[in-house]
Design a protein around this ligand. Structure first.
Ligand code: F6P
Length: 358
């Protein structure tokens, strides 16, 4: 059956490059005489009325360089476990399937992270012809070498570290930078290396604050009177726990934050030096995508349309340099890609003298 009409939605936390994917999908679909329907606010757009609109090339002109997503997104909208105002959750998945059919869509392209793609896979099993596009600034999705948004986040964090370097050096202080990365320390590892950090603390390696402090005292002894410590939000001390701001609830993932401040306090005590901390937070998710992310997003969007045209559903467009390939969604759901202890960048960083607190 020829593909005539496809839906597209964005789900989960936003990432720079989402608009570039939407643009690539809409333009390449239009050139193949396929109509695109934009669905707002992730799967909620198939639950509530009035949240869909036709997208033409005119609608996506000029959005390549914009952060955010013109379709809006949510990260607490699993239709299978949708929070309801009276408390608890309700399964609205049947309504999503009905709406999809009533809209006479031939395919649904879902741009999202592990949570959103897991939902997409469940709908594929319920008969919706789904194609996934991987997205997360954390770069922790399995099956794809890169996710768009990661390069932009690392670039921003690196620039922030560069700025902190000058003030840290001027005041002979320790500056602690908390970056995103819930269960994987890719942003901390890459930005820490690119920014020349002295310590990088990641969720994969529970840290010993004494080891970090010792490293920073050594720097003092040989004359570097300042230090930069990069901490992923999901990092935690050996024998300790992650800093949770908001506990997980059905259909809603936990919110982390605060480990940077804890590390800062502990280092002040352990080193006797002046310390300051800063949380980069959502600044890492905002703003224009880098050229790398624009190209990656465009390639993934183009591939997703190709997969839909070929009827390859239940698949995800993925980066496998130098190619863009197709991966089965079922192979990636429920798993995340963490930093392996033998990753070359981790080993090189250690060889250079960066401590991971282990
Ligand atoms: O998953 C991407 C991410 O940026 C995480 O690094 C971070 O913990 C989370 O999103 C924050 O999400 P929210 O927008 O709900 O605060």
């Amino acid at each position: 059956m020829a593909l005539k009409r496809l839906g597209v939605l964005t789900g989960g936390g936003d990432a720079p490059g989402l608009n570039a994917v939407i643009r690539a999908i809409v333009k390449s679909a239009a050139n193949s005489h396929i109509e695109c329907v934009g669905i707002e606010d992730s799967f909620d757009g198939l639950l509530e009325p009035g949240l869909t609109r036709i997208l033409t090339p005119r609608d996506v002109t000029g959005i390549l360089r914009l952060g955010g997503t013109i379709l809006g997104t949510i990260n607490r909208g699993d239709p299978f476990e949708h929070p309801v105002s009276s408390g608890g959750t309700h399964d609205y998945s049947e309504r999503v399937v009905d709406t999809f059919r009533k809209m006479r869509l031939d395919a649904l392209i879902v741009i999202g992270g592990d949570g959103t793609l897991a939902i997409a896979h469940k709908f594929f099993l319920r008969g919706i012809p789904v194609v996934g596009v991987p997205k997360t600034i954390d770069n922790d999705l399995v099956g794809t070498a890169n996710c768009f948004g990661f390069d932009t986040a690392v670039d921003f964090a690196t620039q922030a570290i560069d700025r902190l370097h000058t003030t840290a050096e001027a005041h002979k202080r320790i500056l602690v930078v908390e970056v995103m990365g819930r269960y994987a320390g890719w942003i901390a590892l890459y930005a820490g290396t690119a920014g020349g950090a002295d310590a990088v603390l990641i969720p994969e390696i529970p840290f010993d604050i004494g080891i970090v402090a010792q490293k920073l005292r050594e720097r003092d002894r040989w004359g570097a009177k300042f230090s930069i410590v990069v901490v992923a939000e999901g990092a935690f001390p050996r024998g300790g726990k992650m800093e949770v701001l908001e506990a997980a609830q059905p259909g809603i993932v936990e919110r982390l934050g605060g480990i940077g401040a804890r590390v800062c306090e502990a280092l002040a005590v352990a080193t006797g030096k002046e310390t300051r901390s800063v949380v980069l937070g959502h600044l890492q998710r905002g703003g224009a995508p880098t050229s790398f992310d624009r190209v990656l997003a465009t390639r993934l969007g183009g591939k997703a349309v190709e997969l839909a045209k070929q009827g390859q559903f239940g698949m995800m467009a993925a980066s496998a340099p130098p190619d863009i390939v197709a991966r089965r969604l079922e192979e990636i759901v429920g798993r995340i890609k963490t930093v392996p202890r033998d990753h070359d960048l981790l080993l090189t960083a250690k060889a250079l003298g960066i401590t991971f607190g282990d």
